[in-house]
Design a protein around this ligand. Sequence first.
Ligand code: ZN
Length: 263
Amino acid sequence: MDLRDTCRSLWMTRSALRVQAELKKWRRRIRWLATESRLGYCPLCEHAARFVDTSDNHRESPICLGCGSVPRQRALVRWLRARFPSLRDVRIHESSPSLCTHQLFSGQSSRYQASYYWPGLANRVVGDFQNVDLGAQPFADSGLDLVVTLDVLEHVPDPMVALREIERTLRSGGLHVFTVPRVAHCETRRRARLTANGFEHLQRPEYHCDPISRQGTLVVTDWGNDLEARIASDTSSTCVAEWVCDPSMGIHTPIEIFTMQKP
Ligand SMILES: [Zn+2]
């Protein structure tokens, strides 16, 4: 087989694979619509919604067809709605929001601030978002009622510095409500360490999906059973976890919602 034949064969293989992937995608979409969607109530859409399974990951699936929310986001919003009947005057900072939580909080609170972190970008405001390093935040002391981080703390280079900064920005009694994937039956461990030359990997690199990065975001910390104790010993705040499960909201497996409260 000469070079031209090899190239043609490779091109045909790639085309066949692409067609196969497209067919698979459409088969999956038809299956969602035909059999696997469920009706329920979405606390972000605030009305009846249809939920569709997209994977076996119970924190990320099913998604709401209305707003695109996933179970961990609905669990956190369900938790918040039980404690805050209105968010109108609540001073909120959300770090690295998803589109659905950003839309919800910005529509319900006039005092909502959202941030992402683009290292090396000096400008403090990018579109609707502030450029905020959680480890060195521009916010004043005790100026916030509520800080929300959804699956952010596993990616922060030094999470305890970030947690102490979050605590500094909260008023007395203020809450940091958050989710992180927790590794059962293990103590918290570092997967990577930030050095002057970038990240030094202590474990095989693992990345999570990130709306602002094609590569995804590196998982720096695997949080374990000692999460609450670590936060209590490294900050002045208390930290508790509550399980939220509500199949009518498309939350079929309990999701842990963590609350850190400043004294
Ligand atoms: Zn929804």
